[in-house]
Design a protein around this ligand. Structure first.
Ligand SMILES: Nc1ncnc2c1ncn2[C@@H]1O[C@H](COP(=O)(O)OP(=O)(O)O[C@H]2O[C@H](CO)[C@@H](O)[C@H](O)[C@H]2O)[C@@H](O)[C@H]1O
Length: 490
């Protein structure tokens, strides 16, 4: 099958979070299964060019209609760790992707509406006719809309779209302007509830809703989150739309690319290790302490890696730092915040705790440090308010780092409480789970984990080995996506 992914990220060349990991890992798995896969991405100035091999111009002067005129783009092509990627570079004063950031502009909706249109134009004029176009998140929600309303009539009538939602919170809101820019026009048509009109704001068009309405298949990234999005408030107003389209909506759990996230082959960590030879894990812990100037001692290291925002339960992350110190553990945090108040709160904490030899806060994005933390820490906290899938707990399991998670979304489907998961035999349990969002709930889980580490080290080792035995590779999920593609293929 010929599959084209259209996305705003692909690790490691463009990675702001888990979306990048998924686009890369899923593409690799699909290729291993014998498919031809290509990835279309924006050409950001700040992406990691050192991760692209053989970058060259693939199409010059792609004319993309925009308002009453057009914007010319150059399309570059190169390999990102074996995956064939096309990068779209618009030549315009709007300067869509030359701003030193991936997201965060006031005109993000227009930037990605343009990207979606340019990606379709590129497919059209380069005569690429994939069986499946796989789009991700709000940034590419307009792709199926434009495909079925416009490009279908220009010879792209056999293409089918699978649309994956990684985060319902960000939906891409736009006004009528977006319709004029993209040439969709017809305000009275798109401003209807069964098209793009937002379910709550009658003056807004919702790009993610467009993705749901127009795609042949829609999924989010774990079965439990699919249920939550329909029936709880984490669908952020799209629950009703998902209800209408329930026959084409499901949850498919993410995988982890074990070619990259695997302590046996990980080149970022100084000491490789495996379930049969765990010496390296202790050496990495030592290396982590040396790198972050933490005191060498027999305390456990508890870590947090991830964006610092409301989704991730920042109030609990903050509490976990102090609770860990209180309970005689060390704490390492690697995260970045886009919200100024959260950012300044954690910078304040960093300065405040600077001289404490049991804690290190690293504020920013650092891929290689992330690998060392997964390998060197003993426990990983993931106290999310909501979590469509979550990759940190999956990666932690592979590295023998015990996850302590809140029982929501994909966390609930992948982490099984050592003491209380009665549905699973004790030897199949792999971490700690708590449910409420208050400090006390988190403490009960951390307390149990720290207690086991200190008082029953053999049992703790047994627990993290049980986690390492879990297979959350792309193998299973890759098959599920293939089933979807085969189901919707023309
Ligand atoms: N400061 C930092 N430095 C280095 N690395 C960092 C980092 N902060 C995060 N990372 C890395 O980024 C990835 C984050 O994965 P998450 O699953 O938490 O994704 P996120 O919430 O962004 O995405 C959304 O999409 C993904 C993919 O579908 C879903 O799993 C998730 O639930 C959903 O919220 C991990 O690989 C992590 O190691």
């Amino acid at each position: 099958m010929y599959i084209v992914q259209i996305a705003s990220e692909c690790a490691p060349v463009i990675k702001a979070g888990g979306l990048g990991d998924v686009v890369y890992g899923l593409s690799r798995e699909l290729e291993l299964r014998g498919n031809c896969v290509e990835i279309i991405l924006p050409m950001y100035d700040c992406m990691r060019y050192d991760q692209i091999w053989g970058l060259h111009e693939a199409y010059k002067g792609l004319s993309v209609p925009w308002y009453v005129g057009e914007i010319y783009c150059d399309v570059y092509c190169g390999w990102v760790h074996g995956r064939l990627c096309f990068f779209i570079q618009p030549q315009s004063e709007d300067n869509f992707f030359n701003r030193g950031y991936y997201y965060g502009g006031n005109d993000d909706n227009m930037r990605f509406a343009f990207f979606s249109k340019a990606a379709l134009e590129f497919l059209l004029v380069s005569s690429k006719r994939p069986d499946i176009i796989h789009c991700h998140d709000w940034q590419t929600g307009l792709v199926p809309v434009m495909l079925y309303e416009v490009y279908k009539y220009h010879g792209m009538d056999n293409q089918r779209v699978c649309y994956t939602i990684h985060n319902f919170k960000h939906q891409g809101m736009a006004g009528a302007d977006m319709l004029h820019a993209t040439g969709l026009n017809r305000e009275e048509y798109y401003f209807q509830y069964d098209h793009l009109k937002d379910n709550f704001n009658p003056f807004a068009l919702n790009m993610m809703k467009g993705g749901i309405v127009y795609s042949n298949y829609v999924n989010t990234v774990s079965p439990h989150h699919a249920w939550e999005a329909r029936f709880q408030d984490v669908g952020y107003g799209l629950g009703h739309t998902l209800e209408i389209y329930q026959d084409k909506f499901s949850g498919i759990l993410n995988g982890v690319d074990y070619n990259i996230w695997n302590p046996e082959v990980d080149e970022f960590i100084p000491h490789q290790y495996s379930i049969d030879n765990l010496k390296g894990k202790a050496l990495n812990k030592k290396a982590l302490r040396e790198k972050l100037l933490l005191k060498d001692c027999d305390k456990p290291i508890i870590a947090y890696i991830g964006r610092l925002d409301q989704q991730k339960g920042v109030h609990l992350v903050h509490h976990a730092m102090y609770y860990a110190l209180d309970r005689g553990a060390q704490f390492v945090l690697l995260g970045s915040a886009t919200e100024p108040t959260i950012n300044s709160q954690f910078w304040h904490e960093k300065h405040h705790l600077n001289s404490n030899p049991d804690i290190h806060l690293e504020i920013g994005f650092d891929e290689s440090l992330a690998h060392l933390i997964y390998a060197g820490a003993d426990m990983m906290i993931v106290p999310s308010n909501y979590e469509p899938c979550g990759l940190t707990q999956l990666i932690s399991l592979k590295y023998g780092t015990v996850p302590i998670v809140r029982g929501v979304g994909g966390l609930l489907s992948t982490v099984f409480d050592r003491d209380f998961d009665l549905d699973r035999a004790p030897e199949k349990r792999n971490g700690y789970v708590f449910y409420q969002t208050d400090n006390h709930a988190l403490e009960t889980a951390m307390e149990r984990a720290i207690g086991l580490y200190k008082e029953f080290p053999k049992e703790f080792e047994q627990l993290f080995q049980q986690g390492m035995e879990y297979d959350y590779s792309w193998n299973n999920s890759g098959k599920k996506y293939m089933d979807v593609y085969n189901h919707i293929k023309a």
